[in-house]
Write a protein that binds this ligand. Structure first.
Ligand code: ATP
Ligand code: MG
Length: 361
C-alpha cells in the first residue's frame, strides 16, 4: 500500500433505521465519504444526532449500511463475516465514551488487557503479563493496576485502561467516540494528550468523533463536519477552523469558547441568528439539510441538494452559496480547548518535545 492510499476509506455510506407508525426510515447516515490516512487524525464533528456514532458503528460492523462501501487497507470490509471481523480487530479498534460501561466490572485489568493477546496470539501467561505491564506503563498506570477490578479506578484511569485495551494488538486505526466527553476538564486534557503522544509513537490513524469542535480542532489534522447524516464541509483542521465556508461550520465554531469575551459575545449573537430553530431530521427535504436553519438560504437551497465543491479558501463544502458568502476569518485557528490548556500540555511538551502529530498540525 502506498503512503497515499487511505488506510480507512468510507464511500457514499448510508445507514437507515426503521421507524414505527408508518414513518419513512430515518436516514441517520446519508451518503458520507471520508478517508483516514496512516498516522492521521480525522475529526468527525456535528451536533447530537448527526450520525457520528452510527458511522463509527458501521465501520466496526455493528450497524449495517444500506448503501456505500467501507475499505480497510484496500480490502472491502463492508460485508465482512464475523471471522473476518475478528481478524480485522487486530488492526481496527475502538474506544467509546463511557469508561464505566465499557469495562467488564467482573474482570481484573489483567484479564481485560490480556484477552486479545491470548485469543489472537495464543500467548503464554508470563508473556502476556509482561505485555500487560508494558501497556499499563504506556498509558501512565502503575504495573500493580493489573490485579485490580475497574471499580478501583477513577473515570480518567478507566479511560486509560480502555485505551490500553484498544492498543494491545498495535492496531493501525482506532475509532475514538467521544472519548473525553464524560471526563472532568483537566482529566480530559490528560486523555487527549495521551492519545496524541501514542499516535506520535505508533503512527496510529484516529477517527476522532466528538460534538465539541474545540476538542476536534485540538486533536485533528483534518475535520469532517456532519449535519443530519451528511457531510457539510471537509478540509484541513486549520482551514476549517480559520476560514470555514459553510454556515453550519461557522455556527459550530461560534459556539466554541474563544479567549476574548467581546469576540465571544459577537460570535454568540451570530450563532443565534444562524441557528434559528431545531428542525427535526424527520423533515429532511430535497434540498440542503441545513437550509431550514440557515439565514442565507435561497429557494435553490431548499429544493436542490448541494454537491461537495472545492472552495477557494481551501476546504470542500456542500453549499450553494459558498462562493458569494464571506464567512472567512473566524480567527480561532490554533486555539486549544480549555481542557487542553495549561500545565498538562506544557509538561507533555517538555517531556516529549514536539510530537509528530503536532508538527503536522
Ligand atoms: N439503533 C438505532 N435505532 C434507531 N435509531 C437510531 C439507532 N441508532 C441511532 N439512531 C438515530 O440515528 C441518529 C444518529 O444517531 P447517532 O448516535 O449516530 O448520533 P451522534 O451524532 O453520535 O449523536 P451524539 O452526539 O448524541 O452521540 C439519531 O437520530 C439517533 O436517534
Ligand atoms: Mg454519538
Amino acid at each position: 500500500m502506498s503512503a497515499e492510499t487511505p488506510l480507512l476509506k468510507v464511500t457514499d455510506l448510508a445507514v437507515h433505521f426503521r421507524r414505527r407508525g408508518g414513518l419513512p426510515p430515518l436516514r441517520a447516515v446519508d451518503g458520507v465519504s471520508l478517508d483516514v490516512m496512516p498516522g492521521e487524525t480525522v475529526g468527525l464533528v456535528g451536533e447530537s444526532g448527526s450520525g457520528k456514532t452510527t458511522i463509527g458503528r458501521a465501520i466496526l460492523g455493528l450497524d449495517r449500511p444500506v448503501a456505500g462501501s467501507i475499505r480497510f487497507d484496500d480490502r472491502d470490509i463492508t460485508d465482512a463475516t464475523p471471522s473476518e471481523r475478528r481478524r480485522l480487530s487486530t488492526e481496527l479498534q475502538v474506544v467509546f465514551q463511557d469508561p464505566y460501561s465499557s469495562l467488564d466490572p467482573r474482570r481484573t485489568v489483567y484479564q481485560t488487557l490480556s484477552e486479545p493477546l491470548i485469543v489472537h496470539q495464543r500467548m503464554s501467561k508470563s508473556e502476556s503479563a509482561a505485555q500487560v505491564a508494558t501497556a499499563l506503563e504506556r498509558v501512565g498506570l502503575p504495573h500493580n493496576a493489573a490485579s485490580n477490578y475497574p471499580a478501583a479506578f477513577s473515570g480518567g484511569q478507566r479511560q486509560r485502561i480502555a485505551i490500553a485495551r484498544a492498543l494491545m494488538l498495535s492496531p493501525r486505526v482506532v475509532i475514538c467516540d467521544e472519548v473525553a466527553s464524560a471526563l472532568d476538564l483537566s482529566i480530559q486534557a490528560q486523555v487527549l494528550n495521551l492519545l496524541r503522544t501514542l499516535q506520535a509513537e505508533f503512527a496510529i490513524g484516529y477517527l476522532f468523533i466528538s460534538h465539541d469542535i474545540a476538542v476536534v480542532r485540538y486533536m485533528s489534522h483534518r475535520i469532517v463536519v456532519l449535519y443530519q447524516g451528511e457531510v457539510m464541509e471537509v478540509g484541513p483542521a486549520s482551514l476549517i477552523t480559520a476560514t470555514p465556508a459553510h454556515p453550519y461550520t461557522r455556527a459550530l465554531l461560534s459556539a466554541a469558547p474563544v479567549p476574548d469575551p467581546v469576540r465571544q459575545a459577537r460570535l454568540r449573537s451570530e450563532r443565534e441568528k444562524t441557528i434559528r430553530s431545531n428542525v427535526s431530521i424527520d423533515e429532511k427535504g430535497p434540498g440542503c439539510p441545513f437550509a431550514p436553519r440557515c439565514p442565507y438560504a435561497l429557494d435553490i437551497c431548499r429544493s436542490v441538494r448541494p454537491e461537495l465543491d472545492i472552495d477557494p479558501r481551501g476546504t470542500t463544502v456542500a453549499c450553494h452559496r459558498h462562493l458569494d458568502l464571506d464567512l472567512a476569518h473566524v480567527g480561532t485557528a490554533g486555539a486549544v480547548p480549555a481542557a487542553a490548556q495549561g500545565d498538562d500540555v506544557r509538561r507533555a511538551r517538555l517531556r516529549t518535545g514536539r510530537s509528530r502529530s503536532e508538527q503536522q498540525h
